[in-house]
Ligand binder design. Structure first.
Ligand code: NAP
Length: 283
């Protein structure tokens, strides 16, 4: 996919448009620094211009909003993302709503959230978008399947459930208050786990032959990076399983590039409204 994206960027450049992404970072969260570096490097490899706008942790919300408004008006920038988490005193919704909806390549603006719910968004949120593309790329049937999504956050679990519902799966969403999680997971033909809890999913909770997508990223006290699924044991039962690191993480970055290129194409007057439809049709 990355190679294909590079070609799409070259085509756009030959038409006088270089896609541009701006990343807003507030404070010095070490995990955020790694994610931002990965995004910037991936942009570079794809030929996308990127710039990081870093603010100290004590910056005011007004300063950050002023920069977002300036980037909204900058015609060299087609995509703007705000790296989360923001400092707790920030009004998250206010900041996310400040990003122009046509540059909202993370898909977090309410307009894009609403568009996703009715199955008509240009910018699906990158992590669930990456999971969807993994499934489509592997030719995994989604229609009519029992899908269980563990985790109900606004950025992963909820949009994931909506996207798989759009593919006509039967979707259950589990969260902290779900009684007897295993009772749900054992029924899953496709199990997507995004809880942020190491070893939450162990082999007896998984149906033989299930497709298991592990979105979780957890740093253990010994420094190891693991997902939410007991990979060793579950991989003995699953028909497919995504690893951590190396599975959904790189796909998330890839889909950010896709959304940024789509934003640049739209700004150049190229119709991308059929892109989501083509992706669905490929299912
Ligand atoms: P989040 O906002 O903390 O949400 C976690 C969700 O999991 C919540 O809905 C929570 O339930 C649920 N949950 C927590 N513990 C649970 C349990 N024991 N049983 C059932 N549900 C449980 O996290 P997030 O932003 O969605 O991220 C989830 C994980 O994915 C994290 O590890 C994060 O680092 C990772 N992530 C990875 C990528 C990537 O690119 N690979 C991108 C984004 C996030 P409640 O709603 O009831 O609290």
């Amino acid at each position: 996919m990355r190679a294909e994206l590079h070609r799409r960027v070259e085509t756009l450049e030959s038409q006088g448009v270089r896609p541009g992404l701006a990343v807003i970072v507030v404070g010095d969260n070490p995990a955020s620094a790694v994610y931002v570096r990965n995004k910037v490097n991936a942009c570079g490899e794809a030929g996308i211009h990127s710039e990081v706008h870093t603010f100290p942790g004590h910056a005011s919300q007004a300063e950050v909003l002023a920069r977002i408004y300036a980037l909204n008006a900058d015609r060299h920038i087609h995509g703007i993302i705000v790296q989360l988490p923001l400092p707790p005193e920030f009004d998250l919704r206010r900041v996310l709503e400040a990003v122009a909806q046509e540059k909202d390549v993370d898909g977090f603006h309410l307009y894009n959230v609403g568009s996703l719910v009715i199955g008509d968004t240009i910018f699906p949120p990158c992590t669930p978008y990456g999971v969807q593309q993994l499934l489509l790329h592997e030719g995994i049937r989604i229609e009519g399947q029992n899908v269980v999504v563990v985790g109900a956050s606004n950025i992963v679990g909820k949009p994931m459930a909506m996207m798989l519902l759009a593919h006509e799966a039967t979707v259950s969403i589990c969260h902290v208050k779900t009684r007897d999680l295993a009772q749900y997971t054992i029924l899953a033909d496709i199990l997507v786990v995004a809880a942020g809890k190491p070893n939450l999913i162990v082999a007896p909770m998984v149906k033989t032959g299930a497709v298991v997508i592990d979105v979780g990223i957890n740093r253990l006290p010994d420094g190891r990076l693991v997902g939410d699924v007991d990979f060793e044991a579950v991989s003995q039962k699953a028909s497919y399983i995504s690893p951590v690191p190396g599975g959904v993480g790189p796909m998330t970055v890839t889909m950010l590039l896709v959304n940024t290129i789509k934003a640049a194409q739209r700004a150049a007057g190229i119709d991308v409204s059929d892109v989501a439809a083509r992706e669905l049709a490929a299912a």
